[in-house]
Design a protein around this ligand. Sequence first.
Ligand code: IPD
Ligand code: CA
Ligand code: CA
Length: 264
Amino acid sequence: MTNWKEIDRLAKSWVKEAGQRIKQSMKEKMTIETKSNPNDLVTNIDKETERFFIEKIQSVFPDHHILGEEGQGDKLTSLDGVVWIIDPIDGTMNFIHQKRNFAISIGIFENGKGKIGLIYDVTHDELYHAFQGEGAYMNNTKLGKMKEVPLEESILAINATWITENRRIDPSVLSPLVRRVRGTRSYGSAALELAYVAAGRMDVYVTMRLAPWDYAAGCILLDEVGGTYTTIDGKPLNFLENHSIVAGNPAAHRAIFDEYLPHE
Ligand code: IPD
Ligand code: CA
Ligand code: CA
């Protein structure tokens, strides 16, 4: 039998320890490299943090699988068994430019079902955490069930990319939605944006492309507060694939599909 309470206890302690290490490393000079394009950044701290988690997990749970953004974990083709999906630093651009508004994001799954979600805002010492069936929390404060907020009163998390010329969506599709809502915000960390939606600080998040490590933990938080998430075609997410995502309170999610995103 998998001892999920023990996994939860260890995962939280490792996340806090990794956060301390990141804070310490931030005082030193970091090495910055680019990945797929000049704006896709990675630092030595992203890589070292991923390695830290892999070593910890492998030392205690050698049969668990690990999918990490920086590729030092396993090459996974299925979610069978226990799988940790890790983004060691989500919001690397913020981390480099601002030294804030980034998070460690970890989703832990059992045979494809989300069990534990952890999103740790290191600079603010805010740990968003969820355990399947036991609700979601920010530090010791339990997050309430999501409210059904009409679009007119909603804050929409969206990156300006998706309402200007881009490769993934006609800007005229989402710009009327931007005009309809009360306001928009963009924080530059998908994990934090999903945590903020789960915490009711924003109501809905729309984005055209995220990787599993960006959204895995956030979706587990949303499950615990009654949030809804699908692709922009209204389909369920496959946690091993990149996806567009519409996530938020069920009413706002439904209204967006009824009024702005026609689908089958
Ligand atoms: C990025 C952030 C950003 C999102 C990008 C992600 P990274 O993750 O979550 O908010 O818009 O799509 O790649 O590269 O900082 O881990
Ligand atoms: Ca990320
Ligand atoms: Ca990252």
